[in-house]
Design a protein around this ligand. Sequence first.
Ligand code: NAD
Ligand code: 2HG
Length: 389
Amino acid sequence: MFHIYRKNAISEEGLKSLLPHFALTDEQEEAEGILVRSADMHEEKLGAATLAVARAGAGVNNIPLERFAEEGVVVFNTPGANANSVKELVLCGLLLAARNVLPAVEWLREKQGEADIAKVAEQGKKQFVGTEIRGKKLGVIGLGAIGAEVANAAVALGMEVYGYDPYLSVNGAWRITKEARHATSLEELCKQCDYITIHVPLTDKNPGMIGEKEIAAMKEGVVFLNFSRDKLVDEQAMGRALESGKVRLYVTDFANPLSMTFPQAIVTPHLGASTEEAEDHCAVMAVKELMDYLDNGNIRNSVNYPDCDMGVPVGAQRIALLHKNVPNMIGQISSVLAKQNINIDNMTNKSRGAYAYTLLDLETRLTAEDEAALRAIPGVIRFRAVTGG
Ligand SMILES: NC(=O)c1ccc[n+]([C@@H]2O[C@H](COP(=O)([O-])OP(=O)(O)OC[C@H]3O[C@@H](n4cnc5c(N)ncnc54)[C@H](O)[C@@H]3O)[C@@H](O)[C@H]2O)c1
Ligand SMILES: O=C(O)CC[C@@H](O)C(=O)O
């Protein structure tokens, strides 16, 4: 039996997919698996039982990935599971900005009760004349799951799209319509575009990546949309640009004391992934990732350990070692097994940065002494008997 703790509300659809030997618990300490959305885990001291954390969503800036890797806790996210939901809200943001929808609605609401309201509305509407987005240039910074969908949808709506992503994989590039143009620098994108939208993860290296310099390169009266994370934008600089009119409108999904003071901002309460569909997709994917790791030791969509999938365990016992990515780990592991004359049925070793993972199916079960010998190998972070323990 495994225990699963929820740090945020998780969709019922996801929880329904938990197999009977996974029980929800209200005691985080006893949970082998944790499901989380946006809760900040940076100050979190995990219990000794915790083996994995699954983020039902894309952004993992709320989780200390490196520290958890050091503690032998595998962190997952759910790539692409909420991309359509965010794309649709970005399109909504574009249209709200282009057509002055919100000020128009507000203006009309203030006239509520006037008998000749229909006439007043017809006469007053000229102050809200907008522009079409068709034919306008949209810059998309970050062409991952969300950025690619936004780029494709904007092209379909007749926009001229410029994409910038220096880390884009070949597979990622295949997802993007060939009608989108490749911006070779952030500056080029900023210079060209009437609307700019950012879809990159927040890391410890990129806070304020849209700052004074990038804003200075933008067109006069540009609209900037931020559905990624507020800290990617230097919002002090954004405030000044809004005041001067350099940026006409800042559409952001992140309320904070500063963004809430901008009269020229549309601020939504982190609504990008808040659709029933996205919440279900993320929860189902996160639950499946947790179950496969806890049951089989397989890692899919981890953000701090390498992916590694050996399917269903075979042999007498499956064991898993999370360890440092240093020379001779496999040699040392094999040598412990060889000493006991234990044959290996199947084995995979994968690395990612400073960390690595070795998964083995054995023909015979380990003894307590064998396990202790494996745990004692320098560089081993966690040993786990996945089956047959
Ligand atoms: N508002 C919301 O509710 C909501 C929902 C989902 C995701 N998000 C945010 O959106 C982000 C992106 O999500 P995704 O699913 O598209 O992630 P993703 O990992 O699929 O894509 C991110 C892309 O950004 C690119 N990138 C990284 N650094 C870059 C840089 N400096 N310049 C240009 N491109 C860069 C990467 O190469 C990658 O292609 C998440 O990390 C999260 O912060 C917000
Ligand atoms: O869980 C949420 O509601 C937001 C998720 C979103 O910010 C993400 O990064 O996936």
